[in-house]
Write a protein that binds this ligand. Structure first.
Ligand SMILES: [Mg+2]
Length: 165
């Protein structure tokens, strides 16, 4: 089968940038575990990792990752024009475009992703807490929503598949 092609530039870069910004696949898998453990008591981290990998291999997800992280990096370097520079650098709460962008990831596996996304965004477990620590000097205005959305989408994928078994 010709399916397992070499990764294209979007996928390689999306994966590299996640890592460079402090997010490992395992961190996102932990969030999936957090969301799904109560419904699937036998769930292991390896399955969570597999589902995260499948989500990240989708082009529309890579596009959201690249766009969001790019905005964070530019804001961190002070390279955006005002008023956007300040809005994104301070993660202004009324700015909701980071969440809207993340919805394009949540959308990929249907509407139960939205429930998961809202839940995890409220509780901010694991890596999300770290990304939301504004004392680090890093700007993760977009990244925290992207990571939460990947976990939510991976959870939906896992739930749909478990349902079919
Ligand atoms: Mg945000």
């Amino acid at each position: 089968m010709e399916k397992k092609q070499a990764m294209n530039e979007s996928e390689t870069t999306a994966r590299l940038w996640l890592k460079k910004r402090g997010v490992q696949i395992e961190d996102i898998a932990e969030l999936v575990m957090f969301l799904q453990k109560k419904y699937h008591p036998d769930l292991n981290l390896k399955e969570c990792i597999e589902n995260v990998e499948r989500v990240i291999s989708k082009r529309e997800v890579q596009n959201a990752i690249l766009t969001g992280i790019q905005m964070d990096m530019l804001a961190e370097k002070g390279l955006l024009d005002e008023p956007l520079q300040s809005i994104i650098a301070v993660d202004e709460s009324l700015y909701g475009v980071d969440e809207i962008l993340a919805f394009s990831i949540v959308n990929v596996y249907g509407s139960i992703g939205f429930t998961n996304y809202g839940y995890i965004d409220k509780l901010k477990p694991g890596i999300l807490k770290k990304l939301n620590d504004h004392s680090s000097g890093n700007c993760h205005t977009f990244l925290d929503d992207i990571v939460g959305a990947i976990a939510a989408a991976a959870s939906s994928r896992l739930a749909h598949r478990a349902d079919n078994e």
